[in-house]
Design a protein around this ligand. Structure first.
Ligand code: ADP
Ligand code: ZN
Length: 436
């Protein structure tokens, strides 16, 4: 099969050339930010670094970091680097971990963001002859607008469904022969579940590919979605602070997401010390926007934990790859002193034959953390005897204990009793915070 790219020259540029391009852009970007953003200028002054100290990407480590709390402090206009009259759009984070932050875009910023999404769609096999159903939320959330713009750039026939109204999604998917579905993985799983219940087999579903992101999802979840929908499922990553989805995207190899390095410069740091770690180390992902005009964050700490790799990719793209972030440092629960990521629980559930419909409830009783996992019984596993349910709960609790090192209480609950997500799934209810 002929390899296809949206912007071949850039996507397959030799690494040395990418680095040179990044260096040139960085020098310009640091000047732009220093001259126009008082907040960041102060941070640089405090660190004793001036734009003249930045001669290329090798000097990046001299710059101060930005964190989400800087974004909150500077809300709403404090990090704006262009006059408001030059901006054409505002988007906002989902507020998953606290107060929302807002980001601004000039037309140039929108264009480069949509190009990044278009690269992702083409990497997933998309072209002019595809019908692209965008079932990410539209509005302040970047998912819908980003993929919508990318789909237009590719020339796909775009179906701007937004999220929700699942039966209508399915009706249009079938009537209009949607071939690519873009939404969160948890919503894709829900659409798949609904199609199955309606009696559809994978070969009756017109989709061929899905582009899923905006929340962590495991390889097991990927296989589950691929099987139910009869598609190839591609990961896409991004965050509002850097533009939105499309900061990185998967190719057919499905072994990590290529970072759009002509626009975003990535580093991995030790989240405790801030020290830059060598390629291949696991740590916190940090991004510098190289081209953005209105909201150009330098060394923004994402809190997403992953690994970068420059291993040669069979797709021909030369952009560095990031592994799937399996949860942010602040998604991590500490239960009875043990670190627990919701994604670990998802892995176990799917391996044990359950559907990815679960909720983790953490509370505190008598100064000890309580840890419960509510999991839906699915029809295939259905048993109506009390002893049958108890045995299944016990065996699942054992499997979870092997993975996590601590013992949860598993509650099997009736099918359909856990709320389905149309956007980002809410997996954790931590009641401990409510008592503080
Ligand atoms: P919020 O931070 O309020 O959720 P965003 O909608 O901007 O706001 O979400 C960006 C975050 O979503 C990322 O920092 C990351 O934690 C998560 N995310 C986005 N895409 C993926 C993905 N493909 N895999 C895992 N996590 C992702
Ligand atoms: Zn590749």
């Amino acid at each position: 099969m002929e390899k296809r790219y949206f912007q071949k020259e850039i996507e397959t540029m030799p690494v040395e050339q990418i680095k040179k391009l990044q260096s040139e852009k960085l020098v310009k970007q640091v000047k732009h930010v220093y001259e126009n953003v008082a907040y960041y200028r102060d941070l640089m002054d405090k660190k004793g670094v001036t734009p003249d100290d930045i001669k290329g990407i090798e000097d990046l480590h001299k710059l101060p970091f930005l964190t989400k709390s800087d974004l909150r402090d500077a809300y709403p206009y404090g990090l704006l680097a262009k006059p408001l009259e030059d901006c054409v759009r505002i988007q906002s984070t989902s507020g998953t971990t606290g107060k929302r932050v807002v980001a601004f875009y000039t037309q140039h910023d929108i264009d480069l963001w949509e190009d990044c999404c278009a690269r992702a769609i083409v990497a997933a096999g998309g072209s002019k002859s595809d019908v692209c159903q965008v079932a990410y939320g539209y509005g302040l959330f970047t998912g819908g607008p980003g993929l919508n713009g990318g789909s237009h750039k590719v020339g796909c026939l775009t179906l701007p469904m937004s999220s929700g109204f699942t039966e209508r999604q399915i009706m249009f998917m079938n009537d209009l022969k949607a071939t690519i579905l873009c939404c969160t993985p948890s919503y894709a799983a829900y659409i798949g579940e609904t199609l199955k219940e309606m009696g559809y087999t994978p070969d009756q579903i017109p989709l061929k590919a899905g582009i899923f992101g905006a929340e962590p999802w495991t390889q097991e979840m990927r296989r589950n979605i691929e099987e139910t929908l009869g598609i190839k499922a591609y990961d896409i990553y991004g965050l509002t602070e850097t533009s939105g989805p499309g900061v990185s995207f998967e190719c057919e190899e499905q072994t990590g997401m290529h970072i759009n390095e002509d626009h975003f410069l990535a580093e991995i740091i030790d989240p405790e010390t801030g020290e830059v770690l060598p390629e291949g180390s696991k740590g916190e992902l940090v991004f510098t926007s190289l081209d953005k005009e209105a909201f150009p964050l330098l060394r923004y700490r994402t809190r997403d934990i992953c690994v970068l790799s420059r291993k040669k990719c069979s797709c021909g793209r030369t952009f560095i790859k990031m592994s799937k972030p399996m949860g942010r440092s602040d998604d991590m629960l500490i239960i009875r002193g043990v670190n627990v990521f919701p994604s670990q629980i998802e892995t176990v559930l799917l391996k044990e034959g359950y559907q990815p419909n679960y909720q983790i409830v953490v509370d505190r009783a008598n100064n000890t953390d309580t840890f419960e996992v509510n999991v839906e019984l699915n029809t295939e596993k259905f048993t109506d005897t009390v002893s049958g349910v108890t045995a299944m709960e016990k065996s699942l609790a054992e499997a979870l204990k092997t993975m996590l090192g601590i013992n949860p209480k598993v509650n099997l609950v009736p099918p359909k009793s856990i709320v389905r997500s149309e956007g980002k799934a809410v997996r954790v209810i931590d009641k401990r915070n409510l008592h503080d």
